[in-house]
Design a protein around this ligand. Structure first.
Ligand SMILES: [Ca+2]
Ligand SMILES: [Ca+2]
Length: 291
């Protein structure tokens, strides 16, 4: 009797174990499939970016790539995707060229911080974080002399960064400020001009010494009704007086961030991928990270 009971328990445990194993295999297969669908979604987004560059040489928020897409079903998964150009943002790495601070970019960054009502001294500390030397830019700057004396010492990067979160240890920075800054800045591997068709009014105003924030909002409104094809369009929209720094601007974008998510019941995967346009060829993948 006891033996029979023990056998029954063993059998039920065995069947439970089989069930758990089977569920794990099933989940693993689902996850594998979800990852394939995710890759396909990224490739699709890159194809949309390429297709746009074959159609025209200007990028604006009324275009198909910018308009976001409703979720689609693929292989039983729900797929969400979004493409955001990065050239409508201030590229933090622009602050330094060949290891030295670019004074023009520093001024633009200071103005952007002021327009966002964030502390302008952050600009100096960020530039010091990126420039090759160890000389603080001014009283608000900070180099290893500052960072090594902190209760939890850190090493100054003294080089360009890859991800915005790398700025978290910068003097005066914190998670709240970084998240406020996040929609207006980006981190790109090469020098980039600001696409005036996709830039926020705060950045448009930062590109000018004499365009007020209210006028920048009016300019962006006008642009969103009819995008700028070229300098002539922009100058007409600005009228007499205000000027943007025309060496720093563009009407097209080169870098695009693709965010994709794939979900089904218990399984979900997501990614972000930065693509760079590559003429009439498929865009180059710069980096890719799981979400
Ligand atoms: Ca375009
Ligand atoms: Ca430095």
């Amino acid at each position: 009797m006891l033996i029979l009971a023990l056998a029954a328990i063993a059998a039920s445990q065995f069947s439970l174990r089989i069930h758990v194993q089977w569920r794990k295999l099933e989940n693993a297969a689902d996850l594998d499939q979800a990852r394939w669908v995710l890759r396909a979604a990224e490739q699709w987004a890159a194809a949309v970016i390429l297709d746009d560059s074959l159609q025209n040489s200007v990028d604006h928020l009324g275009e198909a790539w910018a308009r976001g897409m409703p979720p689609v079903e693929a292989e039983g998964f729900r797929v969400d995707g979004r493409i955001r150009d990065q050239d409508g943002r201030f590229n933090v790495n622009n602050l330094v060229r060949a290891g030295r601070v670019d004074a023009t970019q520093l001024t633009i960054f200071r103005r952007l911080l002021a327009n966002l009502r964030l502390p302008t001294e952050l600009a100096d500390a960020v530039a010091d974080w990126l420039d090759a030397d160890s000389e603080p830019l001014g009283p608000a700057g900070a180099e290893n002399g500052y960072y090594h004396q902190l209760p939890e010492p850190v090493g100054c990067a003294n080089r360009p960064i890859v991800n915005l979160s790398e700025l978290l240890p910068v003097r005066g920075m914190n998670a709240r400020l970084l998240s406020q800054l996040h929609p207006y800045v980006t981190v790109l591997p090469t020098y980039s001009r600001v696409n005036v068709n996709t830039a926020a009014p705060e950045l448009l105003a930062a590109l000018s010494g004499n365009l007020g924030l209210d006028d920048a909002y009016a300019l962006a409104d006008q642009r969103d009704r009819a995008h700028f094809r070229n300098l002539g369009d922009l100058r007409n929209a600005l009228g007499d007086g205000a000027r943007l720094d025309e060496r720093q601007i563009a009407f097209a974008s080169e870098y695009f961030l693709v965010t994709a998510q794939v979900r089904r019941a218990r399984v979900g995967v997501g990614s972000q991928a930065l693509y760079r346009r590559n003429g009439r060829n498929f865009p180059n993948l710069i980096w890719r990270a799981a979400l």
